[in-house]
Design a protein around this ligand. Structure first.
Ligand code: SF4
Ligand code: SF4
Length: 167
């Protein structure tokens, strides 16, 4: 059975960057329409990303356990994200870093399914989030590729927001 988002609004709170009409949503700048654990303009919300993005916790028959709802576990996860010619796990923190319990679970899943992972941290300076640091989990070759392509972070995230299917 497919889960409902509410009361999670993690992807409306700026943890995934997005352009919502005239407003740029980013870490520290939540969507102004996010109200009371839901969308204040639900019927008129934009198609992209609001109607097309579904994280892997919300999909039908999700492999993610109940406790990994993004606002509770601290990460927005796509378990099957196409990246550089292979399927990877993509995990974006709800906050500065993915909590250890959640990262442990994702790393265990990555090993069990032989699927590498890209995950992120948000450096904080003077109380403000300053971009995203991209990290790889998997073989040495995979980690090296992630390190080499670190500057493509924003592109990767934008693709995630427009994926339409989290896998
Ligand atoms: S992060 Fe997932 S569960 Fe939370 S609001 Fe977005 S799609 Fe829904
Ligand atoms: S318009 Fe609604 S669904 Fe879209 S980001 Fe804002 S609060 Fe979320």
């Amino acid at each position: 059975m497919q889960r409902n988002c509410q009361p999670c609004t993690a992807c409306c709170e700026g943890w995934l960057s997005a352009q919502i009409n005239e407003f740029k949503v980013s870490a520290g700048n939540p969507c102004p329409h996010s109200k009371n654990q839901g969308c204040g303009i639900y019927a008129e919300r934009p198609k992209v990303p609001c109607r097309t993005f579904i994280c892997s916790w919300r999909i039908e028959q999700s492999s993610l356990p109940d406790w990994m709802r993004p606002d509770q576990c601290g990460a927005i996860v796509l378990l099957s994200f196409p990246w550089e010619g292979e399927l990877v796990i993509s995990a974006v923190p709800v906050g500065a870093e993915i909590p250890a319990k959640t990262l442990d679970w994702l790393q265990s899943y990555a090993r069990k399914h032989n699927r590498p992972m890209i995950y992120y941290q948000r450096p904080v300076s003077n109380g403000e989030f300053k971009g995203l640091k991209k990290l790889g989990y998997g073989s040495a070759a995979f980690r090296q590729k992630v390190a080499q392509l670190g500057s493509k972070t924003e592109e990767h995230q934008a693709m995630a927001m427009h994926s339409g299917s989290a896998g």
